[in-house]
Write a protein that binds this ligand. Structure first.
Ligand code: CP
Length: 309
């Protein structure tokens, strides 16, 4: 496969194994551009990309903007808080007005699951889901997979543990879809109050003790508690959560001796991950994930723009 035939990137559930391979290989080929003195190629000159973010973001929005600029596209950032959304304009009206300006790609982050799917059926532009509620965050899962391949040489056959607020994590959901397709053994752990009912139907093993999930793991991916999506208190206190679920030097010894530690960010230091684990470059690949995020987003913008046509 040398090109994507999809109009939109909405979720890992929709991507085939061949499409995932194409995106990862394209991203790997783009890595080198970010190491040059002049970090720019003319590939997407004349294309316009709108980053439409209804939720806060540091990594995703910045890396989509940098990705577009490194490919010479014009990138425009719109935050809900500084747009006419605050005057009551709906998502659909906003999208229709942006469509009238004829951009090529709209990157959307929204608190409502399914918002990117709605726009994809409404406007002619390509839509990239940059996170929709607790549903999916496909570009995050792709950069996570790229980082695992870079550090471990493969994904198939690895034991990958996802720990934390599984219920509200779009990162967990996208990684479960993607990693399963790529042949990994995915295990999850978290409090029962933050674990989706029937999670095993997604093809994972589920535990309530972090120790049971990370034993012999090749990859330990820690997840943030998504307080902004929790409608009630799901644990007694952050201190108690940290006592049971924080990755630290003691429980990390249960993983394989060459295991890597991942986190999508933002990190709550001392809650889901202890600072000395997060900052240990011997096994923490958290900033490699961020660097690979630019390459993955360059690949998505390039492939949705027609790739090597
Ligand atoms: N991982 C991630 O989505 O981070 P941001 O919320 O900062 O974009």
């Amino acid at each position: 496969m040398t090109k994507l035939t999809k109009k939109d990137i909405l979720g890992m559930a929709d991507l085939t194994v061949d499409e995932i391979h194409l995106i990862l290989e394209t991203a790997e080929s783009f890595l080198e551009i970010s190491t040059r003195d002049i970090k720019k190629v003319p590939t997407l000159r004349g294309k316009s990309i709108i980053n439409l973010f209804y939720e806060a973001s540091t990594r995703t929005r910045t890396s989509f903007e940098i990705a577009g600029k490194r490919l010479s596209a014009d990138t425009i950032n719109i935050s809900a808080s500084t747009s006419s959304v605050v005057k009551g304009e709906t998502l659909i009206d906003t999208a229709r007005n942006l469509e009238a300006m004829n951009p090529d790609i709209i990157v959307l982050r929204h608190s409502a699951a399914g918002a990117p799917h709605l726009l994809a059926g409404l406007v002619r532009q390509s839509i990239i889901n940059a996170g929709d509620g607790a549903h999916e965050h496909p570009s995050q899962a792709l950069l996570d997979m790229m980082t695992i391949r870079e550090k471990k040489g493969r994904i198939a056959g690895l034991k990958i543990a996802l720990v934390g607020d599984i219920q509200h994590s779009r990162v967990a959901r996208s990684n479960i879809y993607g990693l399963n397709k790529m042949g990994a053994r995915v295990v999850v752990a978290g409090p029962a109050t933050m674990m989706p009912r029937d999670i095993e139907k997604m093809g994972v093993e589920a535990f309530t003790r972090i120790e049971d999930a990370i034993v012999d793991a090749d990859v330990v991916m820690m997840l943030r508690i998504q307080l902004e999506r929790q409608k009630q208190n799901l644990f007694p206190s952050l201190r108690e959560y940290a006592q049971r679920y924080c990755l630290n030097r003691t429980n990390f010894k249960l993983a394989k001796s060459d295991a890597i530690v991942m986190h999508p960010g933002p990190i709550n230091r001392g809650v889901e991950i202890s600072p000395d684990i997060a900052d240990d470059s011997g096994f923490s690949v958290i900033l490699d994930q961020v660097a690979n995020g630019v390459a993955v987003r360059m690949a998505l913008l390039y492939l949705l723009s027609g790739g090597n046509e």
